[in-house]
Design a protein around this ligand. Sequence first.
Ligand SMILES: [Zn+2]
Ligand SMILES: [Zn+2]
Length: 335
Amino acid sequence: MKLCDRCHLRPAFVYQPHTKMALCRKCFIEDVTERVKAEVRRWNMIEPGDVILLALSGGKDGYTLLDVMSRIYRPDKLIGLNIVEGIRGYNKEEDAKHLVSTAKQLGVDVIVTSVKDYAGLSIDEMASLAKERRTRISVCTYCGISRRRIMNAYARELGANKLATAHNLDDEAQTAVINLARGDLDSLLRQHPLGELVRDRRLVRRIKPLRKVYESETATFAYLRGYHLQETECPYIYEQPTLRAKIRRALYSLESERPGSLLALMELLDELLEPLAKSRRPFTGLSSCARCGEPVPPGRTLCKLCELLDGLGVKEPKYATLRVPGRLNVRPWSV
Ligand SMILES: [Zn+2]
Ligand SMILES: [Zn+2]
């Protein structure tokens, strides 16, 4: 029986290609937790007293985020948010229930809401209207823009001063390579933990605590902790931009051939971009969407969500004010 390369006490259970170590369950969980903690400290992602909204999808990344954050920070200062997209066959009620009860055991309240509740249309309804009207806008765009808006609106209304998403290392590396291929320095800087390009009191600061954790590791982590994962694949997956799909495949094969490549890439970018990210003063002159009042870059009349809905024939969008069920565990900050 092979023993764990770290503690030399317990049987090895997980092989970690990027460190070439075989770890026992306990050491693996600790390794991931410590890496997140180090990343959070390095960039000062969390300050004492922060109230943090966790965006939780019910998949492996979300569960890992929930679990690790409840270990490294105060669970009573965390709130989970689960957004039901309204995609037939994809959103299952039992998945949301499981997420809520698991989080409760870790001391975190989860709010479940839906795109339809907030914007009046579900993603399926947006998709079919888009098809009818031949907007040529992909379903992933409607979904991404809606979810981003809902996350920010909830964080703001609940008095959370940070919004944590469950993006993992693979996600971040894919985005970085896309940005590099496009020569898009602004987007690269925006990905950097210190890259605050825009500041506005209506926008809640986003953090990505799992940015140095491989996707395969969040899968292993969630499995080892026995979490019930949402396993259905999104039926709109074929709608995803093809460039990202290609880069995902290329990075996957690079990583299997040279384990640790993605981590090395992101470490290097972090280091190279740090001075630049620090020297940029955030832009503070955003204006307001003529329909909903959400922040928009100067010169734009409508925010992205209003613009998308306008294209679907919704000229007077009514975004729901928040309905927060029951009493929350957290005492939100007054803002
Ligand atoms: Zn061990
Ligand atoms: Zn708007």
